[in-house]
Design a protein around this ligand. Structure first.
Ligand SMILES: C[S@@+](CC[C@H](N)C(=O)[O-])C[C@H]1O[C@@H](n2cnc3c(N)ncnc32)[C@H](O)[C@@H]1O
Length: 249
């Protein structure tokens, strides 16, 4: 579990018109859990990190800024394995899941456990299936790191069966969701499907007997805002996946 984020403002230097010029500040980021933190800009002592809020100096007098870490900082530090989700899709899934503290969620496949962990923060219980032992081990490690205890990992092929009944929310992030038997989801329950390819979306929507509420793709465009340079950033994440929101009839 990460306890603090340490930021250090850094000017970058470039050559322009034969002169060295300072560009806008870049920020270096470090993560601290325990012990002294060694950085290229000096050592930050554990006792200072434990007690200081805000500004903290390294042994060589360099200035850092300490922030308490939150859940988002934690999930950025988990180990990734198979393809996982990005924040724009996680946020949309979370709201459409309509969770409350009594919700029972089934999730498949677990992958590195990221979606299960996020759902676990808001639900009563999450049961997350994967048929790959290595992915389950990775998910277990990440859940432990995040100190999430209400996610149960299960080895199993959800194309063959899902044990749970009266499921409030089922999330499916696997290649052929149309092969999953949805009988365990309770009436009015929500099924959220994450699919990278539109051919998969078509296959699901054309074969399901449930109510497809909507099919969406979430586009996030980040802006660069600095002085009078105010414009969308040049690079963006073009496509991650389509999301299908389904209600059980
Ligand atoms: C894209 S990853 C899931 C990522 C995950 N949602 C996350 O939050 O990181 C797909 C996972 O589904 C698993 N999987 C594929 N088919 C499956 C099946 N029929 N039953 C259970 N797990 C399956 C794979 O082993 C893989 O770990």
């Amino acid at each position: 579990m990460i306890k603090k984020i340490l930021l250090r403002d850094q000017k970058k230097y470039i050559m322009k018109d034969g002169e060295v010029q300072a560009t806008a500040k870049g920020v270096k980021k470090y993560y601290w859990t325990a012990g002294d933190l060694h950085t290229p800009d000096g050592i930050l002592k554990e006792k200072d990190l434990e007690t200081t809020k805000g500004k903290v100096l390294s042994h060589s007098g360099k200035e850092f800024f300490a922030l308490d870490a939150n859940f988002l900082d934690q999930i950025k530090r988990i180990n990734r394995g198979p393809q996982t989700l990005v924040l724009k899709d996680l946020g949309y899934i979370l709201m459409h899941a309509g969770l409350n503290k009594d919700s029972i969620v089934v999730d498949a496949g677990a992958g590195c456990g990221l979606l299960a962990a996020v759902l676990g923060k808001y639900a009563n219980k999450v049961i997350s299936y994967d048929m790959n032992k290595e992915h389950l081990a990775l998910a277990e490690k990440n859940l432990k790191f995040l100190q999430i205890t209400n996610v149960e990992l299960k080895e199993g092929n959800v194309y063959e069966k899902i044990d749970e009944k009266e499921i409030d929310v089922l999330t499916l992030d696997l290649p052929e969701p149309w092969r999953v038997n949805l009988d365990g989801v309770k009436n009015g329950g929500t099924i959220i499907i994450y699919l990278p390819s539109i051919a998969q979306v078509t296959e699901f929507c054309n074969t399901t007997k449930e109510h497809v509420q909507k099919v969406v793709e979430i586009i996030e465009r980040e802006w660069h805002v600095q002085g009078k340079k105010v414009r969308p950033k040049s690079e963006m994440l073009g496509h991650t996946a389509f999301l299908i929101i389904v209600r059980k009839l």
